[in-house]
Design a protein around this ligand. Structure first.
Ligand SMILES: [Zn+2]
Length: 67
């Protein structure tokens, strides 16, 4: 059973309607997560955040809405 880091389905931004928001991950990032963040595939929410929480960050520069 494989666990996808990025997930398959992403919601549209409720603020501006943009598709494909970045997965926003909390907790101490693994090397894989750091690499993915550098590649712009995910956003890191910080080490002190709730580990189980999963959120999204809009990729639109003027928006950057987190939901
Ligand atoms: Zn947005």
């Amino acid at each position: 059973m494989t666990e996808s880091l990025f997930g398959d389905e992403s919601p549209d931004c409720p603020q501006c309607g943009a598709e494909k928001p970045l997965p926003l991950l909390y907790g101490i990032p693994s090397e894989e997560m750091i690499m993915a963040a550098k590649l712009g595939q995910i956003a890191l929410g910080g080490e002190d955040g709730p580990h189980s929480r999963r959120a999204w960050r809009c990729q639109t520069p003027q928006c950057n809405y987190e939901f």
